[in-house]
Design a protein around this ligand. Structure first.
Ligand SMILES: [Zn+2]
Length: 342
């Protein structure tokens, strides 16, 4: 797998995000919540008055879906992040239908397919849908996705690509081929400001660190901060990251007046748990910059997170960190700078 992994990396496939190698995805990530893989409308759970969460899944042998949040506005629903798999996006569409509420606007935190890919299906199901995202999403759709699609076609043509990887590649390639539907209708500027999609007042801004342009959304009425992949479990998804910018962004995000944080992946956190994550993140980046063995850094990450990383997720976390140390955090400087400004 080593050779194929480096091939995939050099081809930039990992930048599809989070296109983790099959050997890593084969590790248990989190206990499956039920034997049936497809999310159902019943999985949508209330978070606060007029706010709901569809938790993203990250299960063995599959790429992840990000968490999705629905907010009730005066004129309909606002959706934050649309997932990757048809099952996830379909559950959001069905839930809105059952509620008799149209999804008017989708905000995408970033261009990774586990947060944006579902826009293609949404646009077909929801006429008149408007999508808002950062300029980095527009640029990724125009410039990065055509290259990624070519890389994935090469992987499919390679007889050495195993069946599990092939299935994951086919799902992402189908989304990339519909990339025109993934481009944002409106861009969100970086400086914090207020918007009112579907009549719901939200504070938004764009930071960098995870993907080159990462949107955060604060609902002042509830204190809920939707933070995209600035917080992910079981580990930070470093595929397209600049770790130093990410750490700086987390410090600024920590200053926002929130009471709870909805991460891109993993459970909703209160302020104290968020601060624990931020501290663990900083120590992980420091450890990566030191001479310490990757395994020691991974052990400290698990220790720093404590109950945030339950035992069944630890093996998967260690495998993922070992991959990210090689591919990103301790990659040759030229490769590391790919996502960091000069
Ligand atoms: Zn994600």
């Amino acid at each position: 797998m080593g050779l194929r992994l480096s091939w995939a990396l050099s081809a930039g496939v990992v930048a599809l995000a989070s296109c983790l190698p099959a050997e890593v995805l084969a590790q248990p990530q989190a206990p499956a919540s039920s034997p049936a893989a497809a999310p159902r409308t019943g999985d949508v759970q209330p978070l606060a008055d007029g706010i709901w969460l569809l938790p993203g899944r990250f299960e063995r042998g599959r790429q992840p879906d990000g968490n999705s949040v629905l907010l009730q506005g005066r004129e309909g629903l606002v959706l934050i992040d649309s997932g990757r798999h048809a099952e996830h996006t379909g559950a959001l569409i069905e839930w809105a239908r059952a509620r008799g509420q149209p999804i008017r606007v989708v905000l995408n935190t970033h261009w990774h397919l586990d947060h944006l890919g579902g826009n293609a299906m949404l646009r077909e199901a929801v006429p008149g849908l408007r999508s808002l995202a950062s300029a980095a999403v527009r640029d990724a759709v125009a410039e990065r996705m055509p290259r990624s699609a070519a890389d994935l076609r090469r992987m499919l043509a390679d007889p050495a690509t195993d069946a599990q990887t092939r299935r994951m590649v086919e799902i992402d390639l189908a989304l990339l081929e519909r990339r025109a539907a993934l481009a944002p209708d409106e861009l969100v500027g970086a400086a914090p400001h207020e918007i009112a999609p579907a009549g719901r007042r939200l504070q938004v801004g764009v930071e960098r660190g995870v993907s080159g342009g990462d949107l955060w959304v604060l609902d002042r009425a509830s204190g809920i901060l939707v933070i995209g992949d600035f917080v992910t479990l079981p580990v930070p998804f470093f595929d397209t990251a600049c770790a130093e910018l990410w750490r700086d962004a987390l410090a600024r995000l920590g200053e926002l007046p929130f009471t709870r944080v909805v991460p891109g992946h993993g459970p909703v956190m209160d302020g104290e748990v968020f601060r624990r994550y931020v501290r663990a993140f900083g120590r992980l980046v420091d450890c990566a910059a030191s001479e310490e063995p990757a395994a020691a850094c991974a052990a400290r990450w698990a220790e720093d997170l404590g109950p945030l990383l339950p035992e069944p997720s630890r093996r998967g976390a260690t495998a993922m960190l070992s991959h990210y140390f090689d591919a990103v955090l301790r990659a040759p400087p030229a490769q590391r700078r790919q996502y960091c400004p000069a």
